[in-house]
Design a protein. Structure first.
Length: 71
């Protein structure tokens, strides 16, 4: 069966909750990112969208903290 790899660097904890079986859904890493292997392209696309949105949220939180600190 083909597996699809999705970047989940910013949503690791959510993916561990949704996919608790590391045998079925391993989470390989490289120097910068963590990925999860899933069964369908639809799952991979959804995970990557979640990852992008959480990354954007972290960026916006940092911007907001900077604005507040410099009032």
């Amino acid at each position: 069966m083909m597996k699809y790899r999705a970047k989940c660097t910013f949503c690791i904890s959510q993916m561990i909750n949704i996919y608790p079986n590391r045998q079925k859904n391993p989470m390989p890493k490289d120097d910068l990112n963590t990925y999860i292997e899933v069964d369908t392209k639809e799952e991979a696309d959804c995970i990557e969208a979640i990852n992008r949105n959480i990354q954007t949220a972290y960026i916006m939180i940092s911007i907001l903290e900077h604005i507040i600190e410099n009032k």
